[in-house]
Design a protein around this ligand. Sequence first.
Ligand code: TMP
Length: 209
Amino acid sequence: MYKAPFITFEGGEGSGKSTQVEILYKELLQSGVDVVSYREPGGTKGAEEIRHLLMEGDGDRWTSRTEALLMSAARADLVQKRIIPQLEGGSWVLCDRFADSTTAYQGYGHKLGKEQIEALNFFTIDTLKPSLTFVFQISAELGLQRAALRRTGIDRFHRYDLDFHQRVEKGYDDILKNNPDRCVGINALQDIDLISKQIFEEVRKRFAI
Ligand code: TMP
């Protein structure tokens, strides 16, 4: 549909996906690919402002629905102002989290329901769909432990309990199962180098670089 691939990275807390977005971004640049990289929520001035609203404060600062709407508001800004124009212009786009995060965190984690979130996602991004999504798989317990070791401050999402994060984990399992063509599972317990090789191989295979 667009001239260039749109690749997203998904997974629970502490799954190591952000490191891999950075590695792939550098590898693509070195291969001469025109590529941009974003993290969600964020990526535009307005979306970064919304990120602060979402990440700071107490767990109960927002209701679940408000949280879903704020995530979507940030995404709508990024999609309209950056992602679509860049894909249309032929630039590859990498994104650390996208609409699957809203399905997993707000749909499963907060139990807002898969259908409700699908409707919200459709309103937010219309027919834009990632060409490829890497889903990093790690148990919620281990992921939270890894995130705690790395973290400097505590964000709102780490204040949610283990049950919440286990529902997110189940959400990602279902996303992976239900989208076998688009999604590739990554065992997040492997070495960083092994994971980056797997990712680069998959990207090369699909997009012939
Ligand atoms: P991260 O930068 O560590 O990935 O933090 C973003 C946090 O926001 C993470 O805890 C997941 C959460 N999130 C959602 O709950 N829903 C969403 O749609 C997105 C994009 C992120």
